[in-house]
Design a protein around this ligand. Sequence first.
Ligand SMILES: Nc1ncnc2c1ncn2[C@@H]1O[C@H](COP(=O)(O)OP(=O)(O)O)[C@@H](O)[C@H]1O
Ligand SMILES: [Mg+2]
Length: 268
Amino acid sequence: MIKLDKVSKKFATGTLALSEVSLLVDKGEFIFLVGPTGSGKTTLFRLLIRDTLPSEGSIFINEFDVVKLSKGKLSSFRKKIGVVFQDLKLLADRTIFENVVLPLEVSGENAKKVSQRVEEILRQVGLLEHKDKFPIQLSGGELQRTAIARALILSPEILLADEPTGNLDAATSWEIVKILSDINKMGTTVIMATHNVDIVKSMNKRVVHLDKGRVIKEEKGHHEEKKHEEKHEEKHEEKEKKHEEHVEQKDQEGQEKDEKSQKEEKKE
Ligand SMILES: Nc1ncnc2c1ncn2[C@@H]1O[C@H](COP(=O)(O)OP(=O)(O)O)[C@@H](O)[C@H]1O
Ligand SMILES: [Mg+2]
């Protein structure tokens, strides 16, 4: 779970990038973070990975108090969150395989396991055949998928994707969103920052609107609403059942009482 409470971020330049943002994200949710350029989307992501600290407010991610995180806990904390950066941050002089393997190499696993894991994740994003190519040899969509693969290599609980469809055509954008959606269905919490109105509308997920550093609106996706309705119905059914049971029990109690009093009457 992610919990932000009245988080503000004022940069040294004086810019107030975020202002009293409160947000609760459940495990397994898929959320769109939307808002015009400069509204604070990237800053919010930077705060979530503790790339920068808030000026005010608290941030909790699972058991981690992100603001007070000790240096010793930083690396285990960062493993929980995968990030697809707005500018991808791929290394031009490394192959796709080498770019994706980077976070694993530092974790010191054996070579065969590492290579298997990279191939598994490259297959998942449809890039296995490109593994020995360099970034310059790939299309925009393929580069985006490379960055997604690298973000997922340590099996994080949370995936942050910063405008992953920003420079892509509609068809390729949908491919990327499909990949993120599949990842989410397997249990990873996904937060995607985007401007893409078509995608946001069609996906029916929860949408958090940022403007000038403030959350100005939140919309619940239809899926969530449905779930809510279902829960409501369930509760209603449960109540009815309980009521019936209660009535039955009362009837029985009543009968027993009647029998008792009849017996007592007889005695008298
Ligand atoms: N490192 C920084 N130093 C100073 N100002 C920054 C810095 N990063 C972002 N900003 C400012 O904070 C605001 C929010 O930026 P950002 O989070 O990048 O927005 P978005 O990702 O929604 O486009 C903008 O006004 C931006 O210029
Ligand atoms: Mg941004």
